[in-house]
Design a protein around this ligand. Structure first.
Ligand code: HEC
Length: 122
């Protein structure tokens, strides 16, 4: 037993690597993706939020960030690598997008399960 004690610092070093979890990494990237935070337009959980509301003679016009909770990883990659009218262009690696994707999936786990249950078309 005593002999094994010298291994302890090594074990602790390894634990340090996981100091921020994959989930926290994804959350960090979602909120600070080297550019405007996704949360600004897609809300803190990806369900979408109002970006601007314009009122004129025709009434109220709202620009809303899309609900991206049910998007697949491929859809998110494709969207982030394209150009949009409102959404900025990002330069994230596939690994970074995967972390964002996993963060959204985990954060919305309950919602996604509920969606599946009510979806009778499949
Ligand atoms: C300035 C606001 C804004 C920011 C910031 C933003 N988005 Fe968007 N995003 C939009 C809008 C508006 C749309 C829908 C219209 C379009 O395609 O431009 C959209 C569409 C998307 C779509 C496709 C949705 C669909 O229905 O096809 C995905 C996926 C997405 N955003 C992910 C992200 C992620 C991930 C980030 C952060 C890295 C981000 N967005 C940052 C405004 C934004």
């Amino acid at each position: 037993m005593k002999k094994l004690l010298f291994l302890l610092p090594l074990v602790m070093l390894n634990a340090g690597e996981d100091f921020i979890s994959h989930y926290e990494y994804g959350e960090m990237l979602y909120n600070n993706p080297r550019g405007v935070s996704c949360a600004q337009c897609h809300g803190e959980d990806g369900s979408g939020t109002m970006i601007v509301s314009l009122k004129d003679a025709n009434g109220v016009n709202e620009i809303v960030g899309a609900d991206i909770r049910q998007k697949t990883f491929e859809e998110i990659v494709q969207s982030l690598n394209g150009y949009h009218e409102i959404m900025p262009r990002y330069y994230l690696t596939d690994e970074e997008v995967k972390a964002i994707y996993d963060f959204l999936k985990k954060k919305n786990k309950r919602f996604l399960i509920a969606q599946k249950d009510t979806n009778t078309s499949r």
